[in-house]
Design a protein around this ligand. Structure first.
Ligand code: SAM
Length: 341
């Protein structure tokens, strides 16, 4: 196992079987995390990029089986922020020092590309990078948003296993989602993807294939986290994904894609109070705190127990800055684009 890790550190290439072996072996974890942390330091340094997240609508036409905002969930109150509100939240966040605004929502038909483009061009005036995470769209629409000033797009593939994909997204197509990612790349977005760790029926081999996919598509960011079961979804009564396995996925991804951006996701902290620190010490270099003090953010409930949802922007920034410093890292003051090596 040590020789596989050494090969990953030196060449950043592993065979599918080697990735699978690392994922399976529980005795190698500390060595793996240490190696990923070293590679992270060498390639992207000690800076941690803070991306200010605005979750602006929990209305979604999709019905992903695991997701709390799926259209089939009748137990949540729906909300949609208006344009003025979104722009003001973004402005306040940039005034507090955030250099990236992430706009995330369900696939809400109200927010056409034209409406979103208008919001983007207004936010862009605050001299900030913009990441979108608004789901699947046509090429024409992605282009409109890019032209309006969007820099990055986050669209998790969720799983590359066709059987699992169909099972958890009955009305969607894996092929179409892959095509969306290719289109985003073609249009010049910094493109992020990632998977859910712990989808029922997922195997180590399937996760190894996911990492190979990240590399093949040359993703600029990888956001991955454990599945957290939402009792208002068809997955109720099932088990959460493993934090440890999600950390191993981060570590191997860092070893094989040393110069990309990898967030320590909220789902990690939801499963363990130190989940985000663990991720930052296993290869991650980004945190995406919620910004904006609006009541509706509690309604963006993908899963229960979402960490830090009650913090206002100042508290969350203070907490995160202290957390970053406590592990000897530095809050970044740059836009935090990928510097391709
Ligand atoms: N609609 C956009 C999309 O499809 O990319 C963005 C919103 S979607 C709710 C954001 C991410 O939440 C998904 O990519 C999914 O991985 C994650 N998510 C949804 N339900 C989850 C759960 N129960 N546990 C952990 N993550 C979840």
């Amino acid at each position: 196992m040590e020789s596989i890790i050494k090969k990953a550190i030196e060449t950043h290439i592993l065979e599918r079987e080697e990735i699978t072996a690392l994922l399976k072996d529980e005795n190698i974890n500390e060595t793996l995390f240490y190696a990923a942390d070293k590679v992270r330091k060498e390639y992207v340094g000690d800076e941690i990029h803070l991306r200010g997240l605005i979750e602006f609508s929990n209305i979604c036409k999709r019905n992903c089986l695991y997701c709390g905002i799926r259209c089939g969930n009748k137990n949540i109150k729906r909300f949609r922020l208006d344009e003025e509100n979104i722009v003001t939240l973004a402005k306040n966040a940039t005034q507090k020092g955030f250099k990236t605004i992430v706009l995330q929502s369900g696939e809400d038909p109200y927010f056409t590309a034209e409406i979103l483009a208008n919001i983007i061009s207004r936010i862009k005036k605050f001299n900030v990078a913009i990441t979108l995470s608004t789901g699947e769209m046509e090429e024409r629409e992605y282009k409109l948003l890019k032209d309006a000033g969007a820099d990055r797009f986050l669209l998790r593939i969720e799983t590359t296993n066709p059987y699992l994909y169909k099972k958890f997204h009955p009305d969607m197509s894996l092929e179409h989602r892959i095509n969306c990612l290719k289109t985003l790349k073609k249009l010049g977005y910094e493109t992020g993807t990632g998977v859910l760790v712990g989808l029922f029926g997922q195997t180590f081999e399937s996760l190894a294939n996911d990492i190979i996919f990240f590399k093949e598509i040359d993703a600029d960011m990888i956001g991955l986290g454990p599945l957290i079961v939402n009792e208002d979804t068809p997955l109720k009564g099932g088990n959460n994904g493993s934090l440890n396995l999600a950390l191993k996925m981060i570590a191997i991804t860092r070893l094989l894609m040393p110069d990309i951006n990898i967030p320590a996701t909220t789902a990690m902290e939801t499963l363990h109070p130190k989940g985000r620190i663990m991720a930052l010490q296993a290869g991650a270099n980004v945190i995406m705190p919620n910004v904006g003090d609006y009541n509706e953010k509690k309604l963006y409930s993908l899963y229960p127990g979402k960490a830090n949802v009650n913090d206002d922007t100042d508290t969350s920034k203070e907490k995160i800055t202290a957390l970053i410093k406590s592990i000897g890292r530095v809050p970044s003051t740059s836009f935090g684009f990928r510097k391709k090596v």
